[in-house]
Design a binder for this molecule. Structure first.
Ligand SMILES: Nc1ncnc2c1ncn2[C@@H]1O[C@H](COP(=O)(O)OP(=O)(O)OP(=O)(O)O)[C@@H](O)[C@H]1O
Length: 347
């Protein structure tokens, strides 16, 4: 449905040139919700704006619904853009127009008659929960209501794709939740393909099916959301996850960690486990089968969509052979194991 192939974007030229996107390949299948997460300046906005050609890529191919957009310009591009709705962090509503007139605007620009517009707008007001706000002006609306108007306006031309540019970043957590619910509902009811960019793991966790991680203009990791939250493959992915889960070893311990194992040091590990492993008494089996002791430093259980994820930071106490065997045991049982370092025991 959305297919980017080898997309690069360079702003400026010569010594001032900024490579905002480097050789991006991205595929978002019809009907799925795909998130792209990254730090500030990573290239998220540039990426999403390249999909509807608000920014023209310097090179590469952009296909939406099988149509190559980079070959289009003028009226043909405008026509193709009717297939692509977009919402923004700051809503971009016209303050001089009522809720109804904001939603109707793209249809007026398409030359649609009044009666046909009314037929389109009414169900959109219902879908977005704005039926009682028809004649209200944006200044009298809350942030969440403004974003609902923006969503209804984006859907007015019956697009196949919705692009969300940090759509919940200006909203409080509760309103964010209700807007994400609305997007999920629209995705399910209308089969709308959604590409969203965000810097918030909560957004990815709540509604995305797949997620890509962008860093320095490159997509460095891509995975199903459940997989990304259980076993991110890159260091940046692990940093995003650890910040989100607030699961870091105590500072005093981090300062004592040595990178290499030795006979007098014990491994400190971060364990992530999902599925059956969450429910089974793995740690007690580990202590029994490998004859080690486990000191649990932190632990929590998270629900990620329909998966349960267990996380733990623990010290494995035993001689080198025993702790090596324990690490192999954990990996054999499909736990994601990361050795954070090795710590010397005082006793
Ligand atoms: N119009 C522009 N002209 C020149 N450079 C730009 C332009 N837009 C973005 N950039 C640069 O391109 C890089 C990527 O910016 P972009 O806005 O895409 O990142 P982002 O991940 O969306 O960041 P943020 O979350 O802070 O909005 C940055 O180095 C930025 O300074």
């Amino acid at each position: 449905m959305i297919r980017l192939k080898n997309v690069s974007k360079i702003y400026g030229s010569g010594a001032q040139a900024i490579e905002a996107l480097r050789h991006i390949d991205l595929e978002v299948p019809q009907g799925s919700i795909h998130g792209v997460i990254g730090l500030s300046g990573a290239g998220k906005s540039t990426l999403i704006r390249c999909v509807n050609l608000l920014e023209r890529p310097t090179s590469g191919s952009v296909q939406v619904d099988g149509q190559e957009l980079t070959r289009l310009s003028g009226p043909a591009l405008n026509q193709a853009r009717h297939q692509i709705g977009m919402i923004f962090q700051h809503f971009n509503l016209l303050s001089s127009r009522t809720v109804y007139a904001n939603i109707a605007l793209p249809l007026e620009l398409m030359g649609m008659g009044k009666a046909a517009i009314q037929e389109r707008v009414k169900p959109l007001l219902e879908l977005t929960g704005l039926s009682d706000k028809t004649g209200t002006y944006p200044a009298e609306l809350s942030g969440g209501q403004k974003q609902r108007v923006a969503i209804a306006r984006a859907l007015a031309s019956r697009p196949k794709v919705l692009l969300c540019d940090e759509a919940t970043s200006a909203l409080d957590p509760q309103t964010t939740g209700s807007i994400l619910e609305l997007l999920k509902d629209i995705n399910e009811r209308l089969g709308l393909t959604i590409l969203l960019i965000t810097h918030e793991m909560e957004v990815v966790k709540s509604i995305c099916h797949r997620v890509g991680l962008i860093s320095d203009g490159m997509l460095v990791e891509e995975a199903e959301v459940g997989e990304f939250f259980t076993s991110p493959r890159t260091r940046l992915g692990r940093e995003f996850l650890n910040d989100f889960l607030e699961l870091e070893p105590p500072k005093a311990l981090v300062e004592r960690l040595e990178p290499e194992p030795s006979p007098r040091h014990h491994p400190v590990v971060r364990l992530a486990f999902s599925g059956d492993a969450v429910a089974s008494p793995l740690i007690s089996r580990l202590t029994r089968d490998c004859r080690i002791e486990v000191s649990i430093l932190q632990a929590k259980v998270e629900s990620i969509q329909d998966r349960t994820l267990g996380l733990m930071i623990a010290e494995l106490i035993g001689d080198q052979e025993q702790t090596r065997a324990a690490l192999a045991y954990l990996e054999r049982h499909d736990l994601n194991v990361e050795v954070l370092g090795h710590v010397k025991r005082d006793a």
